[in-house]
Design a protein around this ligand. Structure first.
Ligand code: NAD
Length: 119
């Protein structure tokens, strides 16, 4: 039986880990549609969109109202929390929720603490 509905994925940050570990592995998974690529360096997002057939954007805010099932946040550490929290705020709007996958788990708690104004 084939896959009925592909998971629509957005990757924010198309640098080393974004293109290698995240996009590289999503591309091998027939259950995934690489739908959106975001980077503040436009040519990085453009290159991935051209290669994988998705859409390139250069500001992650453009993704917040889009039909996305999962977001990989692959920017530098200081932007992990703001980008993840903005996407998690989509929960009430998108019903089933929008899981967020971050590039490196070790800094997650600290990043969220910083974003919430806590040490
Ligand atoms: N490189 C590795 O081997 C490795 C391994 C494990 C974890 N990580 C983690 O992965 C994360 C990214 O590391 P990297 O090596 O891929 O860095 P990188 O500099 O190669 O890539 C980061 C990308 O994010 C983009 N970016 C920055 N701010 C952005 C924003 N606001 N919106 C959209 N794009 C933005 C940058 O332009 C860049 O293309 C870091 O948290 C790092 O600790 C990296």
């Amino acid at each position: 039986m084939g896959i009925e509905k592909k998971l629509k994925v957005a990757v924010v940050g198309c640098g080393n880990i974004g293109t290698g570990a995240h996009i590289g592995n999503y591309a091998k998974n027939e259950g995934v549609e690489l739908a959106w690529f975001c980077d503040i360096i436009p040519e990085r997002a453009d290159e991935m969109a051209e290669k994988h057939g998705g859409i390139a954007v250069y500001d992650y805010h453009e993704l917040l109202d889009k039909d996305i099932d999962l977001v990989s946040v692959c920017t530098h550490n200081d932007m992990h929390a703001p980008i993840s929290i903005d996407h998690l705020h989509r929960f009430p709007a998108c019903g089933e929720g929008c899981p967020v996958r971050k590039a490196r788990r070790a800094h997650f708690a600290g990043s969220f603490g910083d974003a919430a104004g806590r040490p």
